[in-house]
Each structure stands twice: as C-alpha cells, then as structure tokens.
Design a binder for this molecule. Structure first.
Ligand SMILES: [Zn+2]
Ligand SMILES: [Zn+2]
Length: 393
C-alpha cells in the first residue's frame, strides 16, 4: 500500500475512533428496516458532533445536516446501515452478537467511514454550503433508498448531487473503480409453482409429474437470453432454487422454482418477463399442467451521471493518484437501491477496492469481514469530497 495523501495522515488521530465504531456496528448487526439500535447509535453520534439530525425516513433512516457559510449549494453522501440474515463465521473478537445476522456486505464499514468523515467535517467547517449525510436502511432487501425518497428525502433535504460507495474485496486495495452510465443492473424475481398431480413413483401414468415439467421449463428458460434478447444486450436469467418431492417413490403434487433476472434495458426487462411467463405456461401446458407465476420487479438499474462520475474520477486521481482510478469496461450484474437516488438527483456510485489476498471471502460470505485498512482512505475521501464540492469561495 503506497497511498498516503497528506490528509489521511492529518486525520490519523481520528482513526482509532472509526475502527471502534466499525467494530461496534459489526458486533450489533440488524436486518433491513429493523436497524433500531444502529439508528439510535448513528443519530447519537451525529447529534454530539453538532449536526441537525432528522430521523424516521424509511423508519430507521437518519439524515444529518450541517450548514456553513452562505452558499446555496448542497451535497448528499449516503451510507447503507443494514446487515444480512447470515450466521457469522469470521471468528473475530468483535463478531456478531445477534445470532443469524451479520454485516457480511461491509455496510458497517460504510457507516463507520461516513461517521468518521462527519466528525472531521464538523470540526474543520472548511466548506461553504449544506451537507446532508444520508444513513439509509434496508439496502439489501426492501429498497430503503426508495422508501426514504417516498418519505420526502430530496424535498426535505435538497441535494445538488448525491454520492455513495461500496467496498469490494475483489478489487485492488485503495483503487477507485467506476464508470459513467449503467454501473449495476436491474433485478427482478420470479417464483414459478408447477401444479401437477401426485402419485406412486411406480405408476407415473396415473400422475402428472411436476418435476419433469419443471426440468423442461428450466432448460427452455435458457433460450431467452440466447434466442430472444439481442446478443449485445446484457441480461441474466438464473434459476437459483428448484424444490420438489421428498421420496424416491413418490411423485409430488407441485414443484417450485425461484429465479433472479438481471437487465439494464427497459425493453429487454419487459421482454424477459413476457418470455419467462410464456415459456413456463407453455411448457407446463405441453405436459397437461398449469403454473402460477409470482413475478416481482425489484431495483431499477443504477445509472451514473456523466458530470458527477467525471468529477469523482478527477477528485480520486488527485486524492490517490491517477493509477488508482479504474474505469470499468462494463457494468456489473449486481444491483443496488442507490439507483433510486440517482433517478432523482445527479450523482455517482463507485467501488472502493479492499483486497487483502487473492482468496478473500466475497461479499455476503459468512467469513467476510470489512477491511479496516481502508477506513482512513474512505473516511478521508468523503471529507475531501464534501470540502471540494462545497469549496470555500
Ligand atoms: Zn450486499
Ligand atoms: Zn452492500
């Protein structure tokens, strides 16, 4: 690691606090929309720093506002605060004390870095305008960003632009990785239930076997991306679960499958839904069976804005060196509800590389543990962003 911008050294006396905050959050993870203690903790910290703290957006959301000088300019910086329903296996001495729940996506680190930056920003007051720090619940499941917007986020806290980051253990340490335009995919889900007719495994002619129909549906679904969608339009259809039957000699009554569907293009997204429904119904009908489909639209694609993306890339190059800024050749098929904030306001979302070794556990792995070595860099970068975006005249 060679990154040592001067401000990281200047802020180093704050870093033990940021590490302690990260470990406190890690020890006390909470699931989306139930981040009650996390929300209390975050709000108390920000109140002690002198921010105007507003609570209750999306239930557990916290917005902290600080004004300085006379400029009408404003910025929003967002951190997600929720954890995942995963049983932790890190063995860390600050491991989760909430069984079955863990910070396996590093939102503890995101929250700690923004709280660390909040303290430094408030102490220095080296900006002209209004800063809104947005601590958002339920990124992983319920779309906390969308709920905060429905609760009036940007009417109550107008932001000229919004920014957010995500740690990424597969990317080189201290690198800022981003792209203009689409950066993460839209995600939809579908549950398909095949209604057959159960019977004895030795007498299949008396039954309607939903497992055979299901297998046929799974294979036919593979043709949507390869045969119906334009070859240059990125899409994914994955059958992540297929459940049916309990015994070798029993034909079950029903079979059930769960799909995740990823896309960027709105027309392709509609086409995927149409084809999945047609194939499931048509395949089942050819075996004399029917299906029930529960198709749920999830997060929209996350699309960065050009001016703000260029701005972050330039700022990161000055902050960490041009060799630490990577433009992604293509988006990822993951998804992120910051998408909804970027539909409302200009802004940019980027990844911050946190790689330790080539075998780091991935995000959402029970052994994943946010890399504390990145805390000084992420914290200092948020300070740099706020003070540069709202530069003193
Ligand atoms: Zn996650
Ligand atoms: Zn995450």
């Amino acid at each position: 690691m060679t990154i040592e911008p001067k401000d990281i050294t200047a802020f180093s006396n704050h870093m033990p606090d940021v590490v302690a905050i990260r470990h406190h959050l890690h020890r006390n993870p909470e699931i989306g929309l139930s981040e009650f203690k996390t929300s209390d903790f975050v709000a108390a910290q920000l109140e002690a720093m002198g921010y105007d703290v507003t609570r209750g957006l999306a239930g557990t959301g916290v917005v902290a506002t600080l004004r300085n000088g006379s400029s009408a300019r404003s910025i929003g910086i967002r951190a997600d605060i929720d954890a995942l329903p995963i049983h932790e296996e890190t063995g860390a001495d600050y491991a989760s004390e909430n069984p079955g729940v863990m910070h396996a996506c590093g939102h503890d680190g995101h929250t700690a870095m923004l709280l660390g930056a909040a303290k430094i920003i408030a102490d220095r007051r080296n900006f002209d305008g209004t800063i809104h720090l947005i601590f958002q619940p339920a990124e992983e499941n319920f779309g906390g960003a969308r709920i905060m917007i429905e609760d009036g986020l940007f009417e109550r806290f107008p932001c000229d632009a919004v920014f957010a980051l995500h740690n990424e253990p597969s990317l080189p340490f201290g690198h800022f990785v981003l792209r203009d335009g689409p950066i993460m995919a839209a995600v939809d889900e579908c549950k398909i239930t095949i209604h057959g007719h159960g019977g004895h495994g030795a007498e299949p002619q008396t039954a309607l076997d939903p497992i055979v129909a299901g297998a046929s549906i799974i294979m036919a679904l593979q043709t949507i991306v390869s045969r119906n969608i334009h070859p240059l339009t990125p899409t994914v259809v994955t059958v992540g679960a297929f459940h049916a039957g309990v015994a070798s000699n029993v034909i079950p009554e029903t079979a059930e499958m769960l799909l995740t569907i990823r896309s960027f293009d709105a027309d392709a997204r509609d086409e995927l839904e149409k084809r999945i429904c047609l194939i499931a119904q048509g395949q089942a009908a050819s075996y004399g069976m029917s299906v029930t489909l529960d198709y749920q639209r999830g997060y929209n694609p996350t699309v960065n804005h050009k001016a703000e993306t260029d701005y972050i890339a330039g700022l990161a190059a000055r902050f960490a060196g041009a060799d630490k800024v990577i433009e992604m050749p293509r988006p990822t098929m993951g998804a992120e509800d910051f998408a909804y904030m970027l539909e409302e306001r200009p802004g940019a979302y980027f990844f911050l590389g946190t790689k330790r070794t080539d075998n780091d556990p991935s995000l959402h792995h029970p052994k994943f543990d946010f890399n504390d070595d990145i805390l000084p860099i992420g914290t200092s970068f948020w300070v740099e962003l706020a003070e540069d975006y709202l530069k003193l005249a």
